[in-house]
Design a binder for this molecule. Sequence first.
Ligand SMILES: [Zn+2]
Ligand SMILES: [Zn+2]
Length: 285
Amino acid sequence: MIEVTLLGTGSPIPDPDRAGPATLIRAGGQTFLVDCGRGVQQRLAAVGSGANALSALLLTHLHSDHIADLGDVIITRWVTTFTEQIPLQIIGPPGTKRVVEATLEAFGPDIGYRIAHHADLTAPPPVEVHEYTEGLVWDHDGVRTVVGPTDHRPVEPTIGFRIEHHGASVVVAGDTVPCAGLDALAAGAGALVHTVIRKDLVEQLPMQRIRDICDYHSSVEEAAATAARAGVGILILTHYVPAIAAGQEDEWRARAATEFDRQIELGSDLHRVEVHPGVCAKSRS
Ligand SMILES: [Zn+2]
Ligand SMILES: [Zn+2]
């Protein structure tokens, strides 16, 4: 079984009730954090996890809302690890090394203070960054992770992740328009976690800068159509723009159901979905 928890279902727009984009994947005793938007560590604490428990941090792309708390994750893992420091594995698209190095540089004073103050902290936070656009990126103790390209241009390159464990599989798409790369990555998966925006609502807003987001995101219907093409078992929607208003969940679900006739999941932060082996549909609808 793979457990998916929507840690943060928000977007760049600050919301009192929704943390920034982040999804927790737990499989085979391993813990993967996909993206680390604002507030991610409060949400990790809420599910009994933390930065020091991560097997790897997976980044779909380098937009600020998806990496807002990167520094906090790195520093907090370091200061809350009381045993041997194991390097944080960070897997992201090309450009990730530059962002991680700059983050460590930005926290340079803090890192210096802590090394000076604590006898058992003798070196900066250990991190290992791996940049990929496709292929197998993780294969440990029965958990495999494959990366595939997505399309969020002009943000590029961007990637999605497919995590597999004992016949169960989950694909986390990140921000993307429908594309062949995601179709291939998601084919036959047990679940697809997809960011969505309501283009019907966003297109009515008076600010062109906000309307701009329509051309590089999937609408609810487009994400659902991707799920249907790929024959996935469960569609999990997140990163709601605008935030789902109270009582509007069914309307969002109905829009997805116009394209996808299987299980559709959405909700508040900490919404949890279990993905079991064999969920993936043999015959595509
Ligand atoms: Zn983005
Ligand atoms: Zn985003």
